[in-house]
Ligand binder design. Sequence first.
Ligand SMILES: NC(=O)c1ccc[n+]([C@@H]2O[C@H](COP(=O)([O-])OP(=O)(O)OC[C@H]3O[C@@H](n4cnc5c(N)ncnc54)[C@H](OP(=O)(O)O)[C@@H]3O)[C@@H](O)[C@H]2O)c1
Length: 359
Amino acid sequence: MSTVLAERVVAPPPLAPRCAVVLLGTGVVGGAFLKLLDTPAAASLRLVGAANSRRQQINPARLADRSLRERLKTEGDARDDAALLAALAASDAVRKVIIDATASAALAARHPEWLARGHHVVTASKAPAGGDLADWRALQGALARGGRYGDSATVGAGLPVLATLRRLRACGDRLLALEGVFSGSLSWLFNQYDGTRPFSALLREARERGYTEPDPRADLSGEDVARKLLILARNAGFALDRNAVDVASLVPESLRMLDAEAFLDRLEALDAPLAARHAEAAARGRVLRHLARLDRHGRARVGLVAVPAEHPAARLRDTDNLFALTTTRYRAQPLVIQGPGAGPEVTAQALLGDVLALG
Ligand SMILES: NC(=O)c1ccc[n+]([C@@H]2O[C@H](COP(=O)([O-])OP(=O)(O)OC[C@H]3O[C@@H](n4cnc5c(N)ncnc54)[C@H](OP(=O)(O)O)[C@@H]3O)[C@@H](O)[C@H]2O)c1
C-alpha cells in the first residue's frame, strides 16, 4: 500500500443540508429550477421529493438523476402528497421547504396547512395570494402563526417589485398609485402591434414563440394580470376581492365559449376591433398598451389604454414588464421597476432566491 493511500484522511460524513426541498411541478418553471439545483448557488439545498401531476419520486438516488424530469413522465410512484410530506419531515435539514411550481388550485389551497405544519412555502403559483380574498386571509392567518412565504416569482417573474413594495410599507410609506404592464405576452403583442400586421398574425407568432399560454385567451382575458394586481394591492394594504377589479377582456363574447381549437381557428375575429382602436389611438398620437392600474382609493382596472409616446409603457421592449409605484415619498416621480417579466430561467431563479433568503 502506498504511503499516500495509507495516510488518506477519511472523509467526514456529509453535513446536513440547510434546506430540504420538495418540488411540486416539473414543467417549464420546475424544469428550470431542477437545472439550477445542479449549480453551486444551490449547494445548501437537498431535494427530498419531486412530483408532476401523475408521478412522484422520493428515492435519493433517483432524485439525484439529471434526467429526473424526463423520467417522471414515465416512471415513479403514484402521486401522494402524504409521502412527500413524510420525506420532508424525515429530513435532518434546518429548514424544510415546499416549492409550488404548478398552477394547481388544489395544491394552492394547501399552502396554509403546510405553513401550519412548520414548513416554508415558496411559490410560482398566483393562487391563493391572487385568488379569493378568503384564501388570501387564510394564508395571512397561517403566516401570523409561523412559517415564511416566498412569492417573488408570482409577479414580474422575480423582478423585485413585491419586495420593494413591502419594504416601502414597512418604512411607513404608502402606495398612492400603481400602474404598469404586468404580462410578458401582452407586452410583446402591443410593443409589436403598429397596424402593419393583423393582430391575429402577431398572436400566432407569440404563441409559436411560447410567449402565450397554449390557449391565448388565458392571457387576452386579463385574468392573469388581475391576479397579479390583486397580489400587489393586497401587499400594499388594499384588501380587494376579485370582483373589485374592473377587467376589460380582449376576447369578444362570441369567442369566449369555444373550445381552444375552434378559438385558434377564429383568431381573425380579433383583428377588426383592435385595428379600429389602434387607428383611433394613432390619430391622437398615441399607442395601445395593456395596463393594470390601482389608485389610492383601491380602484383597480385592467385593460387596453391609449397612452402618449412619452408614457413609460410606450417605450417598452420585447416581453418587458413595468411597475410604476407612486407613494407618499416617491410622489413627484414614481419609483419604476422594469425588465423581462416572464421566462423559465428568471422565474426559477426567483424561486431559488426565495429559498436562499430563508437563511
Ligand atoms: N412560465 C413562466 O414564465 C412563468 C412565470 C411566472 C410564473 N409562472 C407560474 O409558474 C407555474 C408553473 O408554470 P409552468 O410554465 O412551469 O407550467 P407548466 O409547464 O404547465 O408546468 C406545470 C407543472 O405542474 C405539474 N402539476 C400540475 N398539477 C400538479 C399536482 N397536483 N401535483 C404536482 N404537479 C402538478 C404539471 O404536471 P404534468 O407535467 O404531469 O402536467 C407540470 O409539471 C404557474 O403557476 C405559472 O403561472 C410561470
